[in-house]
Design a protein around this ligand. Structure first.
Ligand SMILES: [Zn+2]
Length: 567
């Protein structure tokens, strides 16, 4: 909605003789000093109009119907169903003062107190993915409160709250949950999965990107364990039908860990994933040791040396993009530069960097947050992810006005990132003018140095790998491939830790020229690539040839990239 919305409401009321100029001026003044209160609410608070007048005015002038209190009892169960399906919590409905009433053969009817609320509009079009704001009708405050009370009335099924709470405090349950967290810590797990089965439940740990070590527990313990985890992460114990997200801190072996908890109802009960983010002070991000080869590191540095421009990191979820971005930010001169980030979620805190957490529930979206931080005079900004044209445009605008912009994008390879920005709706010449370079990356597991053994691949190596090695200029004498074996140091997996493999595409003259064609294709960009460019799997081969990772790892993660290039 445009910013002149309050004025329009004010003018409406004046036109109807409900208020005078004086009253409007007073209300607008008060609105400026308030924190985002709506004009209507302020006018009511000042006693200048009644809520009835406001509703009547909006209804007559804008054509909105008013939801009658008499329809409330019939509507509540339908709304309850709709809100359950759409995961609309009471807090959210309250925050934006709205409800969605399903209708046959058309989109749900929006019942709300303020149809002009930009936060509500943004929530509906982005989070609920309505193409536009649905048809709406107004509701008076008192009726809305009654409606919410009805829609979110506690269900009386299942065990009572008190029982759940008592079970969650039971010593064996507390021990079980603490034990799981301690083992996760020992293993260096990034996630813990707790999954209900028909006759029991399992706990699994994700280590180096792979789920391992399944523990089985009897079903009787399940409700108590779920309640325990909900209790410590500040979630609603009684809510068992909707997804919930929470967090808590745990301290084990002197390491403080931030644990993000996500609870999702599944057929046999609630499924839980805990993401472990160690807050250890030793966690230092550095571009060294991530897996950058010296030439790639120098190229990255040359992009970062420029005062403006966009640098994108691409790859699927879990490919280490955030770590690369954090390392890049850590490499900036944090004393002299103002570095701001907008993230969802903030995964790690970095000294000397001001980080903002997106919160769409209260309208602090990526776009809203970015618009605000650009007014905070940054040198470098990091945008957690470019997901839509609005974010992309802001990134371009920020770059054009002299800022360095780092962000991530969901594409498979580096060339596609250039085209994706165009697909999103950014003008081609602006992409060429602002994008400095794209990094595509994946993670591969590092071979355990205690047990890996040499591997003679001369007879086995696939033709495309052989061709790549030739292109990279690595003769057979320098092939030192190794293979995974397994020992006590690596829990018999043969691997320990991970490293990234990279593909880096600079926006060179030739790439920009390819981008300025009428409708550039992936092939056009690939044709413009320099001779020393390394594809993702080629960078992986460099690591495999030195015995740092195995060929299996490189082929597994580079698979899609290899086929995409038709090798
Ligand atoms: Zn080993």
């Amino acid at each position: 909605m445009p910013d002149d919305t309050p004025l329009r409401l004010g003018e409406l009321l004046i036109a109807r003789g409900a208020i005078d100029d004086d009253g409007l001026t007073r209300a607008l003044e008060l609105q400026r000093s308030s924190q985002g209160d709506r004009l209507g609410a302020i006018l009511i608070r000042l006693g200048l109009i009644s809520e009835f007048t406001l509703l009547e005015c909006l209804s007559a002038q804008l054509g909105f119907a008013v939801f009658a209190g008499d329809d409330l009892a019939d509507a509540a169960p339908l709304i309850k169903q709709e809100h359950l399906q759409r995961q609309i919590s009471r807090a959210l409905a309250q925050r934006f003062s709205f409800a969605l009433l399903p209708r046959k053969d058309s989109r749900p009817l929006l019942i709300c107190r303020d149809p002009l609320d930009s936060g509500l509009r943004e929530y509906l079009t982005t989070r609920q993915q309505f193409e536009s704001v649905p048809e709406c009708c107004l509701i008076a405050q008192r009726d809305f409160e009654r409606l919410l009370a009805e829609v979110y009335r506690e269900s009386t099924q299942g065990s009572g709250n008190q029982d759940l709470r008592r079970m969650a405090e039971d010593a064996p349950v507390v021990e079980l949950v603490n034990g799981v967290l301690a083992r996760a810590n020992d293993k260096g797990a990034s996630d813990v999965h707790i999954e209900p089965l028909e006759f029991g439940f399992t706990v699994r740990y994700r280590v180096d990107g792979q789920l391992q070590a399944t523990e089985h527990y009897p079903r009787e313990r399940f409700d108590a364990v779920v309640s325990r985890i909900k209790l410590i992460s500040g979630l609603d114990i009684s809510e068992r039908r909707m997804t919930q997200d929470g967090r808590f801190s745990s301290r084990a072996a002197g390491i403080e860990t931030d644990v993000r908890v996500s609870v999702i109802p599944a057929i046999f009960g609630e499924s839980i994933v805990m993401r472990l983010l160690p807050m250890s002070q030793n966690k230092r991000f550095s571009l060294d040791g991530l897996g950058f080869e010296p030439d790639h590191l120098a190229l990255f540095q040359s992009w970062m040396d420029l005062p403006d421009g966009i640098i994108l990191v691409t790859g699927p979820t879990g490919s280490g993009k955030s770590t690369t971005l954090y390392a890049a930010l850590s490499a900036c001169d944090r004393e002299r530069e103002r570095i701001l980030t907008v993230e969802d979620p903030v995964e790690y805190k970095i000294d000397g960097v001001t980080q903002f957490q997106v919160n769409s529930d209260i309208g602090f979206t990526f776009t809203a947050a970015l618009r605000s931080i650009l007014r905070h005079d940054p040198d470098t900004i990091m945008i957690g992810e470019i997901r839509d044209v609005d974010t992309a445009r802001i990134a371009v605008q920020a770059s054009l006005t002299g800022h360095r912009v780092l962000s991530t994008l969901h594409t498979n390879d580096s060339a596609t990132a250039f085209l994706r920005l165009v697909d999103l709706g950014v003008e081609q010449f602006l992409v060429g003018a602002t994008l400095r370079g794209v990094i595509a990356q994946r993670l591969v597991r590092k071979l355990c140095t205690h047990c890996s053994t040499p591997l003679d691949v001369r007879m086995l190596l696939p033709a495309h790998a052989r061709a790549s090695l030739q292109r990279l200029g690595i003769p057979e004498e320098q092939w030192h491939f190794r293979q995974a074996v397994g020992c006590s140091h690596c829990s018999d997996t043969g691997y320990r830790g991970r490293m990234a493999i990279y593909e880096m595409l600079s926006a060179t003259e030739r790439v920009r020229a390819a981008l300025s064609k009428p409708s550039p294709s992936h092939m056009d960009l690939l044709a413009a690539i320099d001779a020393d460019f390394r594809y993702l799997h080629e960078d992986g081969l460099l690591k495999a040839v030195r015995g740092q990772t195995s060929l299996e790892e490189v082929f597994a993660v580079g698979g899609s990239a290899i086929s995409a290039q038709g090798h």
